[in-house]
Design a protein around this ligand. Structure first.
Ligand code: UGA
Length: 461
């Protein structure tokens, strides 16, 4: 099948390379020349585990064709996936300019019978508007428009795209939906082979597959067809529900701090209830990244537009907004002086990515700098992105080594729970500090062990 993907971010480039890997001639289209130039060299322009190898495979085989030219990319396509960004707009709603521009442009070049698949996360009602715009641009075009949201996580984008928990399709053309299911089923059928030939993911693949509740579920049992609007809501609700779990855990962490309980123990107990489950109940600095913050705000906006009370979603947002400030206050209770050097481990919004969009770690760095401390921070992947999104200041510096972070610091804070940070030689590093305070804002280090080295405190315990 000839496929085309508009947008080469986490969603688009991962999907393009997997479609190319499973034998489809696949154009990936973007409007930014630098991105296309890098993909042409057989690499991804952002860090994502295992993706470079897949992109290289696609380019070497000739199945993956990066282009800036909409006409070239779309004219023979049987299926077009829309994977463009939908960032937050100034009013808290999602900015749909990229998606509407893409469909208007695409409608001029595609052939009759084409299937459009909206993969980007969008507010309910977007699909209907996209269909209207396409008909306006090209009234004679015969096309099908489906919504098929993606659920991949950054850092696990490749594995999440190979084995999906569910494939939800919104739209009323069951035959077209069947064709999309077939594309994804083929990817899943080749899961083992793809993982084994991708060195970076092969070591994680076994554990991932073992822990995946759906590894033994028949592909067809994961497929759902519903109306366009329902499918759009499934995605936004999934993200908001997960964000709600995080805000709940963060709220409970505060009472744990007050009564000397441990939020990890509490959530271990709560999460054992199969109806609730343990995932996304990890208290920390709050949720960040390119998805949860914008989707929670987006759902709030959608509710308001329909005159529906949005207090519930507002609480999820409020707890998250307060969390960084709460951590600053907790750190101030430790033995540190005004203007002290604070070392910070982590800048990415979560481990496994270089992404710092709405990163709670970067927001913590800024908040500490504003509170008058001198921050020195590092990250295994995100320094470059942090320099762009959260520029360095006189009292906020990004450094390459953990030694520089500990050197002369009165306190070190763990802000992103990268596995490599958990394995540091804290005993030796602590000797570089001017005063041995440590705050674990992710509550992921062994308190007993750390307390032997540091004046140690952690969030929610
Ligand atoms: C999220 C969803 O998990 C994906 O299913 C979805 O496809 C994606 O958004 C999207 O809409 O594109 P992602 O943003 O990559 O994926 O990151 P997550 O792993 O979900 O983490 C989001 C944030 O929540 C991070 O800042 C993370 O540190 C935080 N988090 C997560 C917690 O603070 N506690 C937890 O227990 C879990």
């Amino acid at each position: 099948m000839n496929t085309a993907i508009i947008g080469t971010g986490y969603v688009g480039l991962t999907l393009s390379s997997l479609l190319a890997r499973t034998g489809h001639r696949t154009y990936c289209i973007d409007v930014i020349p630098e991105k296309i130039d890098i993909i042409k060299t057989g690499k991804s322009y952002f860090y994502e585990l295992g993706l470079d190898n897949l992109v290289k495979y696609g380019i070497d085989s000739g199945n993956l064709i990066p282009t800036l030219d909409y006409e070239e990319g779309l004219k023979d396509a049987d299926v077009v996936f829309l994977c463009v960004g939908t960032p937050s707009g100034p009013d808290g709603g999602l900015d749909l300019t990229y998606i509407f521009d893409a469909v208007k442009k695409a409608a001029k070049y595609v052939k009759d019978g084409v299937i459009f698949v909206q993969r980007s996360t969008v507010p309910v009602g977007t699909g209907r508007e996209a269909i209207r715009l396409m008909k306006e641009v090209n009234p004679d075009l015969k096309f099908t428009y489906l919504s098929c949201p993606e659920y991949l996580r950054e850092g696990a984008a490749v594995l999440d795209s190979i084995i999906q928990d569910r494939v939800v399709i919104g739209g009323d053309d069951k035959k077209a939906a069947g064709k999309i299911f077939d594309l994804f089923e083929k990817i899943e059928k080749e899961a083992e082979e793809i993982c084994s030939e991708t060195p970076e993911i092969s070591q994680y693949a076994n554990a991932y597959m073992k822990n995946n509740n759906h590894k033994d579920t028949n592909f067809s049992d994961k497929c759902m067809v519903m109306c366009l609007e329902s499918a759009e809501l499934v995605k936004v609700c999934s993200n908001t529900f997960l964000a709600m779990k995080i805000s709940f855990a963060n709220n409970i962490a505060r009472i744990c701090d007050s009564v000397d309980a441990n939020v990890n123990e509490v959530m271990d107990g709560v999460g054992m209830d199969r109806r609730i489950n343990r995932s996304f109940l990890y208290a920390g600095l709050g949720f960040g990244g390119g998805c949860f913050p914008k989707d929670v705000k987006g759902l709030k906006k959608s509710l308001e537009e329909h005159n529906i009370d949005s207090e519930f979603v507002k609480m999820v947002w409020k707890v998250n907004e307060e969390q960084v400030e709460y951590v600053v206050e907790q750190m101030k209770k430790m033995d540190i002086k005004n203007g002290a050097k604070v070392g910070m481990l982590g800048l990415a919004f979560k481990p496994g990515t270089s992404d710092v969009r709405v990163s709670p770690a970067c927001r913590l760095g800024k908040a500490l700098a504003q509170a008058g401390f001198n921050i020195t921070a590092t990250d295994p992947q995100a320094i470059e992105d942090a320099r762009k999104e959260f520029p360095e200041e006189d009292n906020l510096k990004y450094v390459d080594t953990v030694e520089e972070v500990f050197d002369g610091a009165q306190i070190v804070v763990l802000a992103t729970d990268w596995p490599e940070f958990k394995e540091l030689d804290f005993e030796n590093l602590s000797r570089l500090m001017s005063s041995k305070n440590f705050y674990d804002a992710r509550n992921c280090l062994d308190k007993e062990k750390m307390s032997k080295i540091f004046n140690f405190d952690n969030l929610g315990a």
